[in-house]
Write a protein that binds this ligand. Structure first.
Ligand SMILES: Nc1ncnc2c1ncn2[C@@H]1O[C@H](COP(=O)(O)OP(=O)(O)O)[C@@H](O)[C@H]1O
Ligand SMILES: [Mg+2]
Length: 426
């Protein structure tokens, strides 16, 4: 119904009822009682309005704890509508609070740092990642100027120049941070920070690897090219010299071949689309063939023993064979003639171990942690003389990683070494 009618119809009816009652009592009891009756009714209605007004006022002062009365007449409707408004408000408030909590939590979990500043660069808010990246503490630094908090000349220049299309890379406390400012609303800006230390490190490793690999390939290539130039410029070379040159060239070509093969093996091991082939590995057969190869490489100059005292294992036979073979060939190459080499497969405390113990030249403590880095060698020329590529232990480490195992190295200069490959026992 029309709200005007809802209000006016009962009001008019009530007024008409009062007048009718007045007229009726006039007719029965005369004018004085009738007028008194009407006066009493009017005063009572007035008092009721005043009481409800007072209650409304009280409620408006403290809507939380005071309940709205049911009211009478038009008040019933007014109070009901106020009550509905209030309920709607409460629901909105609850929804907003919930949203805010969800938003806060998302911001907490975000790995990117987010800081909001006003137009004069005063910090308004930031998430924990921004605190960590920039060394801020929201509670302490809120309301302080960001350029006073991040006192990096490059950062300050970035802000002053205002060329925000490009991100800025900063080195802060040993970490690489990519920062970008994004203006928003009309006078606020968001500072977003991203920790790029790890990406940068991987990028650097890649660069190093390419530089090292190129360098390793260039050396034999230079030798080959040198001999080829001699052959071209000096066709009258005697047969013996020519033969000597050819054999040196072959040696260098083979070295390049070994390098490239090892690099391909490493990249195959690293690539995620070559998952581990799991099969039951006949460890006895693998270790025995590794020993046979080591004996061939040694040519009888070492005493090589084999002890098999553990069960078979799940994994890739081919990869394990290449890892164990690398350890055994290192032992042969870094042990002077007359030394001993012991290959052993055994149960450890809660893993299975393949160990190679030699009585060779050993390794100085400072080198041990770096041996599995690509191209890291204690003695470059010795490694090359014995056909090393510097990638063997990197391959071993990768194979073990793929099998959930690890490599440990115990050695002392001049005292021999023990390389132990541990594999999970399942
Ligand atoms: N059994 C060992 N005894 C002494 N030094 C070793 C032994 N095994 C490896 N090394 C050292 O670790 C370096 C890295 O080994 P590796 O990655 O297999 O490369 P390489 O091709 O030179 O053998 C070697 O150059 C050598 O200095
Ligand atoms: Mg090696």
């Amino acid at each position: 119904m029309n709200p005007k009618l809802v209000f006016w119809v009962p009001a008019v009816l009530r007024a008409a009822g009062t007048a009718l009652l007045g007229l009726l009592s006039w007719w029965i009891a005369g004018p004085v009682p009738a007028l008194t009756l009407v006066l009493v009714i009017v005063v009572a209605a007035l008092v009721a309005q005043l009481v409800y007004l007072k209650q409304l006022g009280d409620w408006l002062n403290d809507p939380e704890s005071i309940k709205l009365p049911d009211g009478w007449g038009a008040w019933t409707d007014i109070f009901a509508r106020l009550y509905r408004l209030r309920r709607g408000d409460e629901r909105n408030q609850a929804e907003l609070t919930e949203w805010l909590a969800r938003f806060r939590q998302a911001m907490h979990l975000l790995p990117e740092g987010v800081a909001i500043m006003d137009d004069v660069l005063f910090l308004e808010w930031c998430n924990p990642a921004a605190e960590k990246h920039l060394g801020l503490t929201l509670e302490r630094d809120k309301g302080r100027r960001v350029t006073n908090l991040i006192r990096h000349p490059e950062f300050i220049d970035y802000i002053i120049l205002g060329r925000y299309e490009q991100p800025l890379t900063l080195s802060i406390r040993g970490r690489k941070l990519v920062c970008q400012i994004i203006p928003f609303e009309n006078r606020r800006q968001i500072l977003v920070t991203h920790d790029a230390t790890e990406t940068e490190r991987i990028e650097e490793m890649r660069r190093d690897f390419i530089a090292n690999a190129s360098h390793e390939l260039r050396t034999p290539l230079t030798v080959v090219v040198g001999f080829l130039e001699i052959a071209v410029n000096d066709p009258g070379l005697d047969a013996a010299t020519r033969k000597a040159h050819l054999s040196l060239m072959t040696e260098q070509a083979e070295r390049m071949q070994r390098l490239i093969e090892d690099m391909l093996t490493l990249s195959r091991l690293e690539s995620t689309d070559a998952p581990l082939k799991r099969e039951v590995v006949d460890v006895k057969a693998v270790v025995e063939s590794v020993a046979a190869e080591a004996r061939a490489l040694s040519g009888g100059r070492h005493d090589i023993t084999v002890a098999i005292d553990g069960p078979d294992v799940m994994g890739s036979a081919e990869e394990l064979r290449s890892a164990f073979g690398n350890l055994a060939s290192n032992a042969v190459r870094y042990t002077p003639a007359g030394g001993t080499i012991a290959l052993r497969w055994q149960r450890g405390e809660d893993e299975l171990q393949f160990s190679v113990a030699d009585s060779g030249i050993g390794i100085d403590r400072q080198h041990i942690a770096r041996l599995t880095e690509r191209f890291y060698r204690v003695d470059k020329s010795r490694s090359r003389e014995t056909q090393g590529t510097g990638l063997g232990l990197a391959i071993v480490k990768h194979v073990l990683l793929r099998h959930g195992g690890k490599l440990s190295i115990a050695s002392e200069a001049g005292q021999g070494s023990t390389f132990t490959a541990s594999l999970p026992a399942n």
